[in-house]
Design a protein around this ligand. Structure first.
Ligand code: URA
Length: 209
């Protein structure tokens, strides 16, 4: 059964408040999204399995610990998810990176796949799907469905800001997926933006507004 974790680390909370400010420019916004992703990755990997390994220091032989279990992959949902990749890789540099592109059909408002490129052995990996904003949940639900269709069994989802509506939808459609959230906001407005949120994360990361 998946769990929902809302980050209580002071550094994450501080940085999330910082990127909400409308006057923050793209360069600083992008840098801070990367830092938040890095800190969230640190928290979200607390339960990764370890195994003992014999090592030799310059002084003597000893038993250390190293990561065991499944290899990792990071899968950003395009476009805004790209902003979280580098921070994730700073923490887990051996992870492979896949990409999923979805756009929202203007008539049906349903997500439509336009790109999907995953590591060949993705089904054997523990996959972290990343997208800064969990709004309606449409994209993340669909991205995770695409991964499951390709045989991926171990999936976690990470977002910086979530609306309760998106969290509920994710819990309903993918109850097995752990969800890591930087801040849980109040609600969605009539345009699908998270309130108070931070505006359009993709535009703010890439300076397209
Ligand atoms: N996507 C964004 O970038 N911002 C929102 O508030 C909702 C969805």
């Amino acid at each position: 059964m998946g769990n929902v974790y809302v980050m209580d680390h002071p550094l994450i909370q501080h940085k999330v408040s910082y990127i909400r400010r409308k006057e923050l420019g793209s360069k600083d916004f992008r840098a801070m999204v990367g830092e938040i992703a890095m800190l969230m990755c640190y928290e979200a990997t607390r339960d990764l399995k370890l195994q003992e390994v014999e090592i030799e220091t310059p002084i003597c032989k000893t038993i250390g610990k190293e990561l065991a279990g499944k290899k990792l992959a990071v899968v950003p949902i395009l476009r805004a998810g790209l902003g979280m990749v580098e921070g994730m890789l700073t923490m887990i540099p051996a992870a492979k990176v896949g990409h999923i592109g979805l756009y929202r059909d203007p008539d049906t408002l349903e997500p439509v796949e336009y790109y999907c490129k995953l590591p060949a052995d993705c089904d054997e990996r523990e996959v972290f799907v990343v997208d800064p904003m969990l709004a309606t949940g449409g994209s993340s639900v669909e991205a995770i469905r695409m991964l499951k269709d390709k045989g991926v069994k171990n999936i976690r989802f990470m977002c910086i800001i979530a609306a309760p509506e998106g969290v509920e939808r994710m819990k309903k459609e993918h109850p097995d997926v752990d969800i890591y959230i930087g801040a849980l906001d109040e609600h969605l407005n009539s345009h699908g933006y998270i309130v108070p949120g931070l505006g359009d994360a993709g535009d703010r990361i890439f300076g397209t507004k």
